[in-house]
Design a binder for this molecule. Sequence first.
Ligand code: ADP
Length: 611
Amino acid sequence: MTKLEVLRKYFGHNAFREGQEQLIDSILDGRDVLGVMPTGAGKSACFQIPAMLLGGTTIVISPLISLMRDQVDALVQNGIPAACINSTQDSTSSYEVFCRAAAGEYKLLYVAPERLETEGFARLCSSLTIPLVAVDEAHCVSHWGQDFRPSYLKISGFVSSLNERPVTAAFTATATEYVKHDIVEMLSLNDPFTITTGFDRPNLYFEVRKPEDKDSELLKILRGGTGGSAIVYCATRKNVESVCAMLNRNGFKAGQYHAGFDAEQRQAAQDDFLFDRMDVMVATNAFGMGIDKSNVSLVVHYNMPKDIESYYQEAGRAGRDGGDARCIMLYSYADVELAKFMISVSHDDAVRTQKEIEELEERDRIRLRKMQGYVGTSGCLRAYILRYFGENAAARCTNCGNCTGDMETVDVTVDAQKILSCIFRLKQRNRAVGKALLCKILTGSKEKRILDEGYDTLSTYGIMRGMPSVRVRDIITFLEGEGYFEVCGDYSICVLTPKADEFIKSKRAITMLVPKKAAVSFSAIHEAAKNDDSHQNPELFDKLRETRKNLAASLGVPPYVVFSDAVLWSLCARLPKNNDELLRIPGIGTFKAERYGRKFLGIINDFLKEH
Ligand code: ADP
């Protein structure tokens, strides 16, 4: 069989996506690889297809049990012999997996890195032919990554301990140079073929909102329809609890997940979400890496995360099936303070020296400023993210809040002059303030602190009186994002940059995008999306979804493992009448067609008769 035949027969896809073919070819040629591809790009096929074509058993090292289970379920559903060994299995089932593995029955065997050190596993491996070791979420090997796992450092020793050194293939969605370099070093990759594919996720719509009341804004967004499952990320456990309670009071089936849960509670919450028993998962960033659920169509950030890396990773859990999905951030200035606090406590551990802690905190503060730039920019949000990751991007996309028609351009030249000259006047008095105080001075606050410091005698005191503080703060954040001033030092004071000087001298105009007063609501956009090709016959979709849910429950797997939402929508649009037509649907291979085809064709047939 060729690699394309495997892709068609077992995965039901007709063509390779960017990067897949080169990675697969390199592995088949016996060369180590490093694949850096965004979430949802199809990294797993890059090692699963070679595993099918090479003799023996491929070992896949994966950091989380949920992730392993998900992939193994999906493989088994596609007719590929695969299993995982993990700590939650009882002795009977792990004995069975060991026996079948020893008999060479599996093409892929998933394990957590901790397993590599155990004697039983080492013995098993010494009796197996292992052509390939695939390391998923390889950034876990790097101290610079977000999810460092010390046990990942054992992988290279494990690989060299095997009878014959297998090809090592590493995959990650984290692109920074530091992390890439660490992966190659720490995993001892041998002259790896490395590919970094585009980070753009065109199906994701990005938007930032700055609502007065986040709860009612969140309800408005959710009532606009999620079209699938939704995740709401909050920065703290307290927020998770209150937002989840608020949603349940308002009639949503919401569940929660945070680091305060024990393993059992986590598992239960995660399963409820994966098996579609709840609509909305409210969670801290503890809910994450293992979430491969393909039909998440909305990710709302109730608080601004502390860096773009986290934001893109979390938002990227939407739209993995390639369908339209939305990523909306609800911003307020308090989020910045919260993020700063989190940075100040996150590196304090016994292992690091004071110097290392300071370096990491400074790195985090720089990242936070970039995150604030995202919130404040009036340019394309997608372009902002892509440029952050070092990619070229068009100045405008057609799928973010700043590029669609919800926004209007307003001239803020005079406001910018007032704000920047206030910073300048303060500097003339050898004073500097943070953004919150700056806003108060500009709006003429009578707070004691302002009067005590004599800020009311500045010529710029109160020159923006009459404009709501929220709006003034928005313009301040925007100017920071555009680089007219920077926030520096422990006290986060505002310091003008050369760009501000140049603006004052040149007197050119500054424009900013703001939501239109009578903005087209997002639900209108959502409705429009429903009318396009990909969302035809929604009543049939509901029936197919119900069937999928029942089928999945009887098989004990999450519904999207049977078919993704994108596959169901394709069935609704193309209405296949027989097996051949069914096989033309992207995502349906021979195995699934044989297994589920009759049932789904039957429902489509009934639907056609009724209509
Ligand atoms: P990643 O691990 O990169 O986040 P996955 O391997 O989970 O992504 O794949 C994401 C989705 O893309 C899955 O639903 C998978 O079936 C699909 N996919 C993978 N390769 C292809 C392909 N060549 N054509 C179409 N869909 C694909």
